[in-house]
Design a binder for this molecule. Structure first.
Ligand code: AMP
Ligand code: GLY
Length: 416
């Protein structure tokens, strides 16, 4: 089959690598792609949030399957426009992508479906914000209600900072703080059948020891040696199926990738958020361990035939990825820095470009590259990922030194 992959970050590079080595994928086209993806796909350019333009490109390249990486095209209705051309799409409709696009909508669905999550209130003005904050003890959790690429959340003990974030956003969701280690669980679905991938953990804060501001994600590992027994089955039963059936009941079935962000609290797993797409950088580690051909799996989800898909096969061992971020990220990343070591095996490209004059690799975003590796166990995978990172140079760049460290040392404890 011919596959058109939309997006150009680290997640899409990881997807591209696995799509390219699926024997059923005879051609891989990516738009816009990036210099890493260029190694395995033909690159095209398109405005990702223009549904008609993307549908036109899908027709032009005679795609049999379109895989949508980022959330913005989903929320803009790109999946709907491509589907209207009779082309299979991995990714939800705009109506179903509201599970990610609106925190308020996601809470409504969770409430209707009886999904365990944090108590929450939507607030649109200062008085409402103050009243909601009064109902909770610190730390306060204040979320931008719209799409914020995983960066619209403030978790703080400082009430003034919580109020300031609410004022900046306009419309916010204020919710109960969930204490416990976080899990990202990806579920491939055709709207009815749910196929969970391996659970992963990402690192949202910019600094070691979870210090500093939230980011899009600074690293990840999978699987989770500390995860409670039965976690995945429990979440599929208590979260995923109730959510999928509520979405069907509303006439807006969710197909594609349901990303369940969880906290493992003393009362069990609680949903922190839903996303409507693969997470970045968790995708880099989860797909590094997947042996089942990816194109066939995504095509089955896109065509409503997941129930007939064989069970997934996974490599033994573990995977770790460490993000190399630009100077100033996340506040104000500096771009245009010259990168060396970007062609090593294990390097996933996120925010990179080639300089037209000489082909030099330059930084072009906040999260620039990821060093990814697998190993027979988490400690070995971690060492190998940091070995890849040591081979990368980008002046002023920074990365976390403690990705997967607590899990390797057995320091992650479940609240009781
Ligand atoms: P979100 O964009 O909803 O994923 O939030 C980003 C990050 O903020 C999460 O990964 C958590 O680390 C944190 N966070 C969000 N909501 C909560 C909550 N209710 N309790 C504790 N931490 C949260
Ligand atoms: N890793 C967090 C996200 O993709 O939103």
């Amino acid at each position: 089959m011919r596959v058109l992959l939309l997006g150009g970050g680290g997640r899409e590079h990881a997807l591209a690598l696995r799509l390219a080595d699926d024997p059923s994928v005879e051609a891989l086209i990516a738009a816009p792609g990036n210099p890493g993806i260029a190694g395995v796909a033909e690159l095209r350019s398109v405005d990702l949030v223009d549904p008609a333009a993307v549908a036109g490109l899908a027709v032009e390249v005679t795609a049999d399957l379109v895989v949508i990486g980022p959330e913005a095209p989903l929320v803009a209705g790109v999946a709907d426009a491509v589907r209207a051309k009779g082309i299979a799409v991995f990714g939800p409709s705009a109506a179903a992508a509201r599970l990610e696009g609106s925190k308020t909508f996601a809470k409504e669905v969770m409430t209707a479906a009886g999904v365990p999550t944090a108590r929450a209130y939507t607030c649109t003005d200062e008085a409402g914000t103050a009243a909601a904050l009064d109902l909770f003890d610190p730390p306060y959790v204040v979320k931008n209600d719209g799409l914020a690429a995983g960066k619209g959340v403030v978790v703080t003990d400082d009430r003034t900072a919580a109020e300031a974030h609410a004022r900046d956003c306009g419309r916010v969701v204020i919710e109960e703080y969930l204490a416990g280690p976080e899990v990202s669980l990806f579920v491939v679905t055709d709207g009815e059948t749910a196929v969970p991938l391996l659970p992963a953990q990402d690192f949202k804060r910019v600094g070691d020891g979870d210090s500093g501001p939230n980011t899009g994600g600074m690293g990840a590992y999978a699987p989770l040696p500390w995860a409670p027994t039965g976690l995945v089955d429990d979440v599929v039963r208590d979260v995923v199926h109730p959510t999928l059936s509520e979405m069907r009941r509303r006439g807006t079935p969710f197909s594609g990738l349901l990303y369940v962000g969880l906290a493992i609290t003393a009362d069990g797993p609680r949903v922190i958020e839903f996303n409507a797409r693969f997470g970045d950088p968790e995708t880099q580690v989860v797909l590094a361990l997947l042996e089942t051909p990816l194109g066939g799996l995504l095509h089955a989800a896109a065509t409503g035939s997941l129930a007939n898909h064989p069970p997934l096969r996974w490599r033994d061992g573990a995977a770790v990825t460490v993000v190399v971020a630009a100077e100033g990220y996340p506040a104000g990343p500096r771009t245009g820095g010259v990168i060396s070591g970007g062609e090593q095996p294990g390097v996933i490209h996120a925010g990179t470009v080639r300089r037209p004059t000489d082909g030099a690799l330059l930084s072009a975003g906040g999260r620039v590259l990821c060093g990814t590796a697998t190993g027979p166990d988490l400690a070995a995978a971690r060492d190998a990922a940091y070995q890849v990172v040591r081979g990368i140079t980008l002046p002023g760049s920074h990365h976390r030194r403690d990705i997967a460290a607590a899990a390797v040392d057995g320091r992650i404890t479940l609240p009781v």
